[in-house]
Design a protein around this ligand. Sequence first.
Ligand SMILES: *Cc1c(COP(=O)(O)O)cnc(C)c1O
Length: 372
Amino acid sequence: MQIPFLSFAGQHDPIRTEVLAAMARVYDSHRYVLGQEVEQFEKAYAAFNQVQLCIGVGNGLDALELSLRALGIGPGDEVIVPTNTYIATWLAVTHVGATIVPVEPRLDTYNLNPDLLEAAITSRTRAIMPVHLYGQACEMEAIMSIARRHNLYVVEDNAQAQGATYNGQLTGSFGHINATSFYPGKNLGALGDAGAITTNDPSLAQRVKALRNYGSTEKYHNSIIGYNSRLDELQAAVLRVKLPYLPVWTAQRQQIAAWYHEALTDVPELTLPYTAPDSSHAYHLYVVRTAHRDALQQHLAASGVGTLIHYPVPPHQQQAYRTLQWQQEHFPIAELLARTSLSLPLWPRMTRDEVLAVAQSIQVFLQRVLRL
Ligand SMILES: *Cc1c(COP(=O)(O)O)cnc(C)c1O
């Protein structure tokens, strides 16, 4: 049995002709930066995400950073982020010179715990950055109402949850300005780096459009200190082809998760993903937890099953943050998740037999461990 952690074949093989035609169209257009493809994709993604405006940028990290810049967040400001996230969320805050205020997640959903937010808010707090981790929507009603009460901005990190909803509303449409990533392995992936910002605020959108293009709205006239972070025409053309398939791929991810859930539900010593009542889960990742994580990962690898750990080292324990003294801090939930989490293989059009084979291998291993 050989089951990789991720296979693009299920998504990419059936649309090969369509994608290559779109790439050829860009090739022949002789327009490679900020042309029709980006404009059309921005319109299509805004419509999909049920927001007024979408601005394509170079990648997800830039989308987060430019969102904070557009809000005018910088040195002296505090930004609340989850303790358990991909480091990009933290880096964006660091890059704009603001202060990171980490808040622990709930142990059941792994998403930011709204009950802990108010204790983290000070007179310097400017924004909350909820991350819809692994594809599950955060509790956006509670988060938005706390933000309103304290006059804070909300910047969603929607890199993992395109198509997920809270109370029926899509993630990436709650916050004042929101970031997403089209890194190839994301639920909607380009063929390289790409990202976007979604917002209903035209003045924030204008600022981002200037920021992504050297701070310029008129060629060679630069009104603000900008960046070069534009979504490529080639990537936009690919994303335009892929976007209409996203709902089908999301449904397939959810089906695969349901198969895993059914097959693993009575396995001892294994915690399965939990979806909160008002949230939907787009299953960017299917993450299980066990105290025997490292041994289980080795057993699966020996059986030909690829897995990954999201994430083995929480941001506060990363060497990159040693000078900010975060390594002296303890965030027990983030640390527990880093020790026990394991992401199982999952990709659109993965078969039921493949899912059952992975589940079987997990079951055999944990039963053996428990007998020892
Ligand atoms: C992937 C990811 C990012 C960063 O996106 P890139 O396009 O790789 O820069 C940010 N936040 C989260 C939660 C992610 O998963």
